[in-house]
Write a protein that binds this ligand. Structure first.
Ligand SMILES: Nc1ncnc2c1ncn2[C@@H]1O[C@H](COP(=O)(O)OP(=O)(O)OP(=O)(O)O)[C@@H](O)[C@H]1O
Length: 436
């Protein structure tokens, strides 16, 4: 499977899995990459070896290191950095050694040395990357059409926007309405993206197929698989009707790779539904080397609306993994409405800007309530709201009690099927943000 991606040049290669140094260099205008898979056909301007806690080298990293070093690429290292086995250059010479990369003075020295090595080239910024990327794609993508599956998330939308600028209407954007979206999204997402891309987004109504695939399933993994497999079937059927498709555009970003890689080669590529393994098109992943906040910056520059740029993370299988237990049309609709109320109330409160994510869950517990003096059975709705930096860990938000009471009141009065409301006070770890 061949892959087309973009790279800002000149570039430097940093041998660590730690994003911090990479981020700092990029913010200072030096385009750095980690030793992750990608096109390696051009030489970096420098190899940077920080002191790392990982302290081991994978065969792929060693291969890269020696290949570039043999080609004469200079190495800048931090005192205490561990070289790969068989490399003795670190002893005996101190010409490229730096005491520290983490304090301000050490970092400034590293920057000065790198600026000299990359010469007077233009400084890296995400916007400059995006502009070059469009030019590269226009020059390198041959004949034929490209298709992109848009989820309503930022990564696929920004990737599509860059490819659209390079290919114009040779890009065909598809949006699958799987019935697992939040209230209003099935209409808003294709409309907003049509406007942003300047291309008509095809909405594929596959709600029945997804419901049928989910029928009777209660195991979260089985539900995820069913959504993934149905997605592939629907997508393949749609694409089969489009002539001359040569490319599949994917919204892979650096964080996806870092998550699935650790330090070394990719173990399991993070691609929902396993689409790339099934199709024979060339993959186009323009954002592959970019960090999430860099993607946001490009989105703002391209004029994306705030609702899209700041959209909360949303799981690939959508509401199917927030309806605990079997997914039915009725329970989906109930959750969609409950989630709308929760998002309206929290979203319009003062705490909203401090939160990473907030939503409703149907835990699948039947409970007894009382209304107008009569017992009635109903569902429990759980409210989840978390504070987090990057979702690796999260804290249950301390929502004002009045806000929680108001949410409980609205849910139980506006939705007759809801008999009880609970608030999830568990941090991650030990819990996850999503319930399934
Ligand atoms: N409803 C959908 N319609 C079309 N494509 C979809 C849909 N849901 C997911 N996809 C495709 O699957 C990819 C992975 O989905 P996932 O929800 O994991 O996205 P992601 O990695 O967060 O990226 P994004 O920010 O684009 O949502 C998306 O980038 C998109 O290409």
């Amino acid at each position: 499977m061949s892959l087309v991606t973009c790279r800002f040049r000149p570039w430097v290669l940093v041998f660590t899995a730690d994003e911090r140094l990479l981020r700092r260099l990029r913010r200072a205008g030096i385009y750095a990459e980690l030793p992750l898979p990608g096109e390696r056909d051009d030489l970096p301007a420098a190899l940077v070896l920080p002191r790392t806690e990982e302290g081991f080298w994978t065969p792929e990293e060693r291969e890269l290191f020696f290949r570039f070093r043999t080609a004469g690429v200079p190495v800048l290292w931090e005192e205490g950095a561990a070289p790969p086995d068989g490399e003795t250059f670190l002893s005996g010479t101190r010409e490229n050694a730096f005491v520290s990369f983490s304090d301000d003075e050490g970092f400034s020295q590293l920057l000065a040395a790198l600026r000299e090595l990359v010469g007077g080239g233009p400084a890296y910024t995400p916007i400059a990357f995006a502009e070059r990327c469009v030019a590269e794609l226009a020059a390198h993508l041959g004949e034929g059409r490209a298709v992109v599956a848009l989820s309503g998330g930022l990564d696929s939308a920004v990737s599509a926007a860059l490819v659209a600028r390079a290919l114009g209407d040779r890009l065909v954007p598809l949006f699958v309405d799987h019935g697992l979206l939040r209230a209003g999204e099935a209409e808003e997402v294709p409309a907003a993206l049509t406007q942003i891309l300047g291309l008509p987004v095809r909405r594929v109504d596959a709600r029945d197929a997804f419901l049928a695939a989910l029928r009777g399933l209660v195991d979260p993994e089985a539900k995820r698989r069913a959504v993934g497999e149905t997605f592939i079937c629907v997508f393949e059927r749609e694409v089969a009707g489009i002539p001359d498709v040569a490319y599949l555009v994917q919204g892979t970003v650096y964080s996806d790779l870092i998550e699935s890689v650790g330090r070394g080669g990719v173990k399991a590529h993070h691609n929902v539904g396993g689409l790339p393994e099934r199709v024979s098109f060339t993959l186009v992943e323009p954002l592959r080397p970019l960090l999430k906040d860099e993607v946001r910056e490009i989105a703002r520059h391209l004029g994306f609306p705030a609702s899209l740029v700041e959209r909360q993370p949303f799981p690939g299988p959508g509401l199917a993994v927030r309806v605990v237990g079997e997914v039915t049309a009725e329970r989906l609709e109930l959750l969609r409405e409950a989630d709308r109320i929760v998002r309206e109330e929290i979203g319009s409160s003062d705490v909203a800007p401090t939160l990473w994510q907030y939503f409703a869950v149907l835990p699948g517990v039947r409970t007894v309530g009382a209304k107008d003096g009569r017992r009635r059975e109903g569902e429990v709705v759980a409210v989840r709201a978390v504070v987090s930096e990057e979702a690796m860990s999260a804290r249950a938000a301390e929502l004002p009690y009045e806000l929680l009471r108001k949410i409980a009141h609205r849910l139980t009065t506006e939705l007759p099927a809801v008999a009880r409301v609970v608030y999830d006070v568990t941090d991650k770890p030990p819990a996850t943000i999503e319930w399934e």
